[in-house]
Design a binder for this molecule. Structure first.
Ligand SMILES: [Zn+2]
Length: 320
């Protein structure tokens, strides 16, 4: 409060007045300023409280890899409202913790409890989301006392999802990253050899996290082609479905064809010959991609139209 008063000395109001001089108008003004100053101070203190109640940004960006060396069990760590982050932190911490394993005792929207898989070990982590809180608080941590004599063949906490999160950037930067390299990477980081199938599943999950599932890609195809033709007037596309024999209410994408107006326009400057070629698709659903191409007077190849078909045969070639 004093700071605010000092900021507004008497002289600042225009008139030269000696301190202590009693002039009714000035006294009245001073009282009014005092009241205003009080209001300002109250507003400021409220604002400060707001700032204090906010979760510091470093809590949500906590570097989980350092949890092992920062084992201050009296410290309550706090995580954002997203429980996935908390689970990931506990899982990462546990995996770094000399290959100990834990099981989830309770996982609800408000509480997350885990304990060691061995009954004689006191390890536990208790975390909760307070009623009015926007972050999770880890309020209790007991450490492992168990000793692993032999490696279990399956580490229950090193799940394919966990591995997928861990290797995400490696896979996204290099989709050709082999499952064997994933096994070695996990072994380096966690001193544990995961199985080949888990490494393979983790890679598939990472690819899906980044680029979506195969199912979603096929599901989105008609929508994408429709948008493509809307944005490129006079373009054309066609989708062919068939009904699933086991469940006729479900339709399955059989073929897709599309041609852009720009390609049609360009064809008039090409030689009057169209070549059709196909290449097989290597994704989960196989199939073939057909392309119609032309060549101009300068022998430059111009793609004209594209089709996705079940295989390269007479029927699909004719349809194309
Ligand atoms: Zn334990």
């Amino acid at each position: 409060m004093s700071k605010v008063k000092e900021a507004k000395p008497f002289g600042s109001q225009g008139g030269e007045v000696d301190e202590g001089e009693e002039i009714p108008r000035l006294v009245e003004q001073m009282q009014r300023e005092d009241t205003e100053a009080d209001v300002h101070v109250d507003e400021d203190s409220d604002h400060e409280d707001d700032t204090l109640n906010q979760v510091p940004s470093q809590w949500t960006n906590y570097d989980h890899s350092q949890l092992l060396v920062n084992e201050g069990e009296t410290v309550a760590w706090e995580y954002s409202e997203n429980q996935i982050e908390l689970k990931d932190a506990v899982q990462r911490w546990s995996a770094k913790c000399l290959r100990k394993e834990f099981r989830v005792v309770k996982s609800s929207p408000q509480v997350y409890d885990v304990k060691c898989i061995r009954d004689d070990c006191p390890f536990k982590v208790h975390a909760y989301l307070g009623k009015y809180d926007t972050f999770w608080t880890v309020s209790r941590i007991e450490h492992h006392t168990c000793i692993i004599e032999e490696l279990e063949s399956q580490h229950r906490n090193l799940t394919a999802d966990f591995v997928a999160q861990h290797i995400y950037s490696k896979i996204v930067n290099n989709p050709g990253y082999e499952p064997k390299a994933i096994i070695n990477s996990i072994d380096d980081d966690f001193q544990y050899k995961i199985s080949y199938s888990k490494a393979y599943r983790a890679k598939q999950k990472t690819l899906e996290m980044r680029w979506g599932t195969y199912e979603a890609s096929y599901h989105n195809l008609p929508c994408v082609l429709n948008t493509l033709c809307e944005r490129n007037p006079s373009s054309y596309f066609e989708i062919k479905h068939f009904n699933l024999p086991q469940d006729p209410t479900k339709r399955v994408l059989q073929r897709a064809f599309f041609v852009l107006r720009a390609c049609i326009n360009a064809f008039q400057y090409c030689r009057p010959v169209i070549c059709i070629d196909g290449t097989f698709l290597t994704g989960r659903y196989k199939g073939t991609m057909l392309t119609a191409i032309a060549a101009d007077g300068n022998n430059q190849v111009l793609p004209l139209a594209f089709a996705f078909v079940e295989s390269e045969n007479g029927d699909t070639g004719t349809g194309f």
